[in-house]
Write a protein that binds this ligand. Structure first.
Ligand code: FAD
Ligand code: NAP
Length: 361
């Protein structure tokens, strides 16, 4: 099965990426359907309906769990640290404004199709050089920011979205993160050692009619750019999205909004299927004057989000800062409690059904 791609890419004008491309790409694995139903569950003496995964077919001794995610044929760790893949940087461009607090770069590496990743996976990068003990640096993980077809649609590249880590330590010295600075300083043609791909947590749902709620802070946007390119910029014979994709992105300033133009193009193209909400923490507040974090923005739609979370084809994905999950729990607890539901238990069930997916750092 060939997949035809029509992608509209927006990079800063200095970039050399073509603005529209059309081509054929890799074969896809067809979906398999899985049945789910509600199971009665009792919390605090009240009968409530909690979702749970139940297989309805063949009452045999060994039940094979079918994943709700697109996980057939997913490749894990093809390249290990001892024998990494060596790709080359094709382009590297700063995607935050000059006045943004910190720099984030979008970079594309060649893979020649040798690193067969899926949307939602990560790769490892081994930076050049040695550590303070004279040993080669250890790998760092980065969420892949391109769809499986890659930014050029030929399945021969992989892209990352990397924040340059710079901080001042307790002695007042400026410290630069090893790998993020190595990556942000790469020039076209430079080599980069890649491991992986890794990760299954953030794979996309199989159901093309699913509601996909994506919660990102900063560079946590990477896997969602990957999802959204597949959903809105590409054509696949075996995956035609007709659900709802809802992205919440939290960043410090409007000059640090990542891939904004791309997302706005998607919204223009598919207004019925895409919702887009930004939370700009240092420029916006809620009506109580509180800082606009991603959970503050989500609270504006709390009831609607809660209703969506009751559907068994709603999938939540969260990526970025570790602290964000606690904030999101804080808005969900009272909503669930209104219906006599313990949010933490409910979330546990969602996780079990692969509907609550978290990759925070
Ligand atoms: C699954 C996964 C996916 C990831 N995806 C991405 C991604 O898509 N994009 C991205 O940019 N990053 C991502 N990361 C983070 C990435 O792996 C690196 O951790 C990050 O780039 C920093 O690495 P570094 O080598 O530059 O810093 P290092 O040289 O490893 O330094 C990091 C260390 O510096 C210290 N440090 C950091 N900040 C401070 C501070 N403010 N004050 C004092 N000490 C501090 C801490 O000890 C920290 O461990 C991901 C991480 C994981 C686990
Ligand atoms: N898969 C992964 O695990 C993965 C993938 C990608 C990135 N990461 C990591 O995720 C982090 C993202 O950093 P970044 O520098 O790219 O982000 P950033 O640009 O600094 O944006 C982070 C945003 O989140 C806000 N924020 C801070 N604390 C929060 C909280 N408790 N709840 C909700 N929002 C909060 C920040 O607000 P203020 O700054 O105004 O307080 C800011 O608006 C990095 O540490 C990166 O390494 C992890």
């Amino acid at each position: 099965m060939a997949s035809v791609v029509t992608a509209a890419v927006s990079f800063p004008s200095s970039s050399t990426v073509p603005s529209r491309t059309s081509f054929s790409a890799l074969d896809r694995v067809p979906f398999q359907k899985v049945s789910f139903q509600y199971r009665d569950f009792s919390i605090s003496g009240r009968g409530v309906s909690i979702r749970a995964q139940v297989t309805t077919e063949q009452p045999v001794t060994k039940v094979v769990k079918e994943s709700k995610k697109q996980d057939e044929g997913v490749v894990i760790n093809k390249f290990k640290p001892k024998d990494p893949y060596t790709g080359r940087c094709l382009l590297n461009t700063k995607i935050t404004g000059d006045d943004a607090p910190g720099e984030t770069w979008h970079m594309v590496f060649t893979t020649e199709g040798e690193v067969p990743y899926r949307e939602g996976q990560s790769i490892g990068v081994i930076p050049d050089g040695i550590d303070k003990n004279g040993k080669p640096h250890k790998l760092r993980l980065y969420s892949i920011a391109s769809s499986a077809l890659g930014d050029f649609g030929d399945s021969k590249t992989v892209s990352l979205c990397v924040k340059r880590l710079v901080y001042t330590n307790d002695n007042g010295e400026v410290v630069k993160g090893v790998c993020s600075n190595f990556l942000c300083d790469l020039k076209p043609g430079n080599e980069v050692k890649i491991t992986g791909p890794v990760g299954k947590e953030m794979l996309m749902p199989k159901d093309p009619n699913a509601t996909i709620i994506m919660l990102a802070t900063g560079t946590g946007i990477a896997p969602f750019r990957s999802f959204l390119w597949k959903i809105f910029f590409e054509k696949h014979e075996d995956y035609k999205f007709n659900g709802l994709a809802w992205l919440f992105l939290g960043v410090p300033t409007s000059s640090s909004l990542l891939y904004k133009e791309e997302f706005e193009k998607m919204k223009e193209k598919s207004p019925e299927n895409f919702r887009l909400d930004f939370a700009v923490s240092r420029e916006q507040t809620n009506e109580k004057g509180e800082k606009m974090y991603i959970q503050t923005r989500m609270a504006e739609y709390a009831e609607e989000l809660w209703e969506l979370l009751k559907k068994d084809n709603t999938f939540v994905y969260m990526c970025g800062l570790k602290g964000m999950e606690k904030g999101i729990d804080e808005i969900m607890v009272p909503l669930a409690a209104k219906e006599g539901i313990d949010w933490i238990e409910y979330k546990r069930q969602l996780k079990k059904a692969e509907q609550w997916n978290v990759e925070v750092y």
